[in-house]
Design a protein. Sequence first.
Length: 256
Amino acid sequence: MPHCIHLASDLHLGAPGYASSVNRERDFVRWMRHAARGEGFAEGAQATEIHLVGDVFDFWFEYRRAVPKGGVRLLGAIAELVDGGMPVHYHVGNHDMWTFGYLESELGVQVHREPVLREWDGLACMVGHGDGLGPGDAGYRRLKKLFTSRACQTAFRLVHPDLGMALASAWSANSRQKGEATLRDLSEEHLHTFAQQWLSDGNKPHVDVFVFGHRHLPMDVVVKGTNARYLNAGDWLTHKTSVVIADGEAKLLSHR
């Protein structure tokens, strides 16, 4: 059976405010259901898998007996699709890395913390959020190492959720603003450079298509010096874009 993979990233539910977040959530749930049913934009391209490629939530932290408010439409839609037999993959991003089993047990999604390699209909693909990959951003990599440490997670869990989530939301807003970018030259695009470095390493598996999020920049470019491509799924804060991989080809789609 041919594969049809629909991928989207950087929904950032909860930002910048309640009203806009709920409207964006409704649009995204519609996107998921259309992909799963092969309707609307996905007519003739019914999903065999759906990949959520990071930063679905602007902030996410699982306490032992509590999770952040909001996102119930999306969580319910994911559970509905998984219960119906649709594989849904959740790639954690830098804003929603603090998931410790709730999404798997409650929704049935497959959670990925590192980029994954898949081959669909002869097309070798790498899929991941993209944070911390490529040259530069050493400060963020150090911060990520701290955030993923057991000591940091234990300490944060001791803070009352009202205070902890308020602090985390302020950090998320600052991080999101810093992440907003425009593409001037591919030499400055660290995920493109990562793809170049990966392909130049003879010990690495070959990849035809790299699909990332994180950058909030919808992109479909040839990796310089190769026949491979780098696609960025963009975001749903500004661009409302996604990627589809079907019949051995990858395409960037706009949903405006």
